[in-house]
Design a protein around this ligand. Structure first.
Ligand code: DGJ
Length: 708
């Protein structure tokens, strides 16, 4: 997987289908030399080179494809590292020192020419997922402080082409993960968050397709995601010589880190890849990596339980009797996990009070948490609970006791959003508080699932009692503390599934997913809007982690009324949940829900663990279709979702993908069995007849046994 060619001085990182190569130039720079399809001969990979200067205005160093450019000398594009040494020198000169290859890992160590600073470039290759992960680590090997002004995870240079198009995910609350595309101009594009968390408005994912011509099945794409949940940035710079440099990492905005003697700073990982087979293959590679390798606690085997969440049914009007009633109906229809949302603790009767007071409100729950949990367990379900540990209301006992625990600048107003303030997680006492109350909740109660919410961004990021020159570290310390707390909780309570929620999909990224098991992609639960959100989501993230709840017939977001079947089908494309006010269901609806839930139980292994093929997009077709195929290609499930039918026109044919070309499959559509080879299905297609608005159908493909 990883080789070092001593004659060419290049490191060759190969996956099953791709290769990433970089090396040492004759002038001593470390530059990228190849990224693309794996070549048949190792000898074919080029040596690392330098780019020529252009007159007296651009120098070789600034033009070359440096693997990890340190600011200093004539460099004017985005640096990966910018530091200041104790004597005020702000020019880093990193040279090759050594390297080590251990199985699928490579560490290349650089050393400053004069100062006592080393940099490790760390790579990990995931061959079967065609994914490489890289990160950087700066080490202070001397006795004086080093100030880090900027540290990114690394750079990538797509091969030159006429043009590249950027695909990325944008959005807002109740409109997350919308796909955006634009041709990259001769300029710099920055995708970023300065909000202290990942953000609804942008997601740390990018894809650049060569000559802007990729589709789901064809085209060369360079893609990646930053595994980080705090302030982040991804820069895409196209220079005047048609070269593109992509850099990604922790945002340098308001960032400064004092690296003391003997300390190291680990940048988060940049997870990236290349494919020649379109956006579909890009997503499948990312999904495979997420399912097999990403989560530190390896919780992605098996199937996820079907959950019920009480939020849209009750909002803050929550009590023991009401929750028990909902739980009984949920269990009757086949739900496996009952999750109680906001409102169960302290004086939490609205979003104005109570955050921080993490003890059960005995007026609402006379038997305590245990009363409800025992009831849920007796119904055969697991129990889950909502928390928002990083936040506090000014109207809470915790705030009255510890007003100093929030981020704030003295003499300035503390901005409240949703009436809440942000706890200063950079403080050790706050970290201890959060860990302890969570540990107590999990130790004293049979809780199998935690929904960890975050409903505002950080503002006034002040930490008045910190050392003055360390005050800007809070942005990063907050995120690292979150990871550490979840890591400790996971280690102590390994069976608990953690969901990352941030007012919907505000904190979805590969950093949070190293610790959390699944996410709530959006508070928008309209089953049709959701198709667009889910399509964008699956570009970067796998369906298994994508919770989707069936909610009330008339959706609160836009008043759209949809059938129970359509709502279920939309949610069955991911990790199915129910969020409807079940007490309003009549017997017919209960029976239909029960049937649909049992149908999902039969196909969920295909959806949650299979490979996804996007067949028709809701962005360009009134008929939307996706398909999931098991890795062994024995089973597949296809969804067809019609928005509306115009002028009685025939609907487009759907061309199933992902089946084994030479195997024979059977599928039943409206009572008719169709038996064809996988290749025939892909080339001839199938017709799914749907009439009316918002109609849907699921069909299953089964591989036929070959008689021997
Ligand atoms: C925002 C979440 O996205 C909702 O699902 C719900 O948990 C509320 N917070 C509760 O305050």
């Amino acid at each position: 997987m990883i080789k070092f060619s001593t004659d060419k001085k290049i490191w060759i990182l190969e996956t099953d289908d791709t290769a990433y190569v970089f090396g040492i130039t004759p002038g001593g720079l470390i530059t990228a030399s190849y990224f693309g399809a794996k070549l048949p001969r190792v000898e074919d990979y080029p040596a690392a080179g330098e780019q020529p200067a252009w007159a007296s205005f651009t120098n070789m160093e600034g033009q070359s494809y440096e693997e990890f450019s340190c600011w200093g000398g004539p460099r004017y594009n985005e640096p990966c590292l910018k530091v200041e040494f104790h004597d005020g020198v702000r020019d880093a000169v990193a040279e090759y020192k050594s390297h080590a290859i251990k199985e699928n890992m490579l560490t290349v160590t650089l050393k400053d020419k004069f100062y006592e600073m080393e940099i490790d470039l760390v790579y990990e290759v995931f061959a079967d997922a065609n994914i490489i992960k890289k990160s950087s680590r700066v080490k202070n090997t001397g006795s004086n402080d080093i100030i880090i002004d900027q540290i990114l995870s690394g750079a990538i240079y797509p091969q030159q082409a006429n043009e590249y198009r950027l695909t990325h995910l944008c959005g807002r609350w109740i409109g997350e993960t919308q796909l955006m595309q634009q041709v990259i101009p001769e300029a710099k594009i920055t995708l970023e968050s300065r909000k202290g968390f990942t953000g609804h408005h942008a997601n740390p994912f990018f894809a650049l397709d060569k000559n802007s011509n990729a589709d789901e099945q064809h085209g060369e794409i360079y893609f990646g995601e930053l595994a980080y949940s705090g302030n982040w940035k991804i820069c895409i710079e196209k220079d005047n010589f048609n070269s593109i440099k992509i850099t990604a990492g922790i945002h340098d905005f308001d960032f400064r880190w004092i690296l003391k003697a003997g300390e190291s700073f680990n940048a988060p990982a940049l997870v990236y890849g290349y494919t020649a087979d379109g956006f579909g293959q890009m997503s499948r590679n990312l999904h495979k990596y997420q399912l097999k390798y990403l989560n530190k606690f390896n919780t992605n085997s098996g199937n996820r339980k079907i959950l019920y969440n009480s939020w849209e049914a009750t909002f803050f009007s929550i009590d023991e009797a009401g929750q028990k009633k909902l739980a009984a109906i949920a269990a009757e229809t086949g739900v496996e996990l009952f999750v109680m949302d906001d409102g169960w603790f302290g004086e939490r009767h609205s979003d104005k009070a109570g955050l921080g007071d993490w003890f059960i409100n005995n007026k609402k729950f006379p038997e305590g948490l245990k009363g409800l949990i025992n009831h849920v367990k007796s119904l055969g379900m697991d129990f889950g609970l909502w928390v928002e540990p990083e936040m506090i209301n000014a109207d809470s006992d915790l705030y009255r006791e510890h007003p100093e625990w929030i981020y704030h600048f003295p003499n300035r107003k503390n901005t409240e959003m949703r009436n809440q303030l942000v706890l200063n997680l950079a403080r050790k006492d706050v970290q201890q508080f959060v860990f302890s109350f969570m540990d107590k909740l999990l130790s004293e109660n049979e809780i199998s699932f935690i929904k960890w919410d975050l409903n505002r961004a950080i503002s006034e990021p002040g930490y008045p009692s910190a050392e003055k020159n360390e005050m800007r570290q809070v942005w990063v310390e907050h995120t690292f503390a979150l990871y550490e707390i979840i890591g400790l909780l996971k280690a102590k309570h390994p069976k608990v599934i953690f969901q990352s929620c941030s007012g919907g999909g505000g904190r979805v990224d590969m950093g949070v997913l190293e610790y959390f098991d699944q996410v709530w992609p959006s508070d928008n639960t309209d089953a049709f809007d959701r198709l667009l959100i889910q399509e964008g989501f699956t570009y970067a993230y796998c369906p298994k982690i994508m919770e989707a709840w069936v909610t009330d017939k008339k959706n609160w977001v836009n008043g759209r009324e949809l059938s129970l079947e359509y709502r279920f089908h939309s949610c069955m494309m991911g990790n199915l949940g129910i969020g409807e006010n079940l007490t309003k269901w009549n017997d017919e609806e209960k029976a239909e829900a029960k049937k649909l839930i049992s149908e999902y139980k039969e196909i969920r292994h295909v959806i949650q663990n299979g490979e996804l093929y996007r067949l028709l997009s809701p962005r360009s077709s009134h008929l939307f279709s996706v398909m999931y195929v098991t890795e062994d290609k024995n089973e597949a499930v296809l969804f067809a979702m019609l928005q509306c039918n115009h002028f009685g026109k025939e609907l487009p044919k759907i061309f199933p993908q992902g089946l084994d070309s030479n195997s024979v499959y059977t599928v039943n559509i409206d009572g008719n069995d169709i038996v064809m080879s996988g290749k025939a299905f892909a080339n001839i297609g199938i017709e799914i007849k749907l009439k009316g608005d918002f109609k849907s159908k699921i069909v299953k493909f089964i591989k036929m046994k070959v008689e021997s």
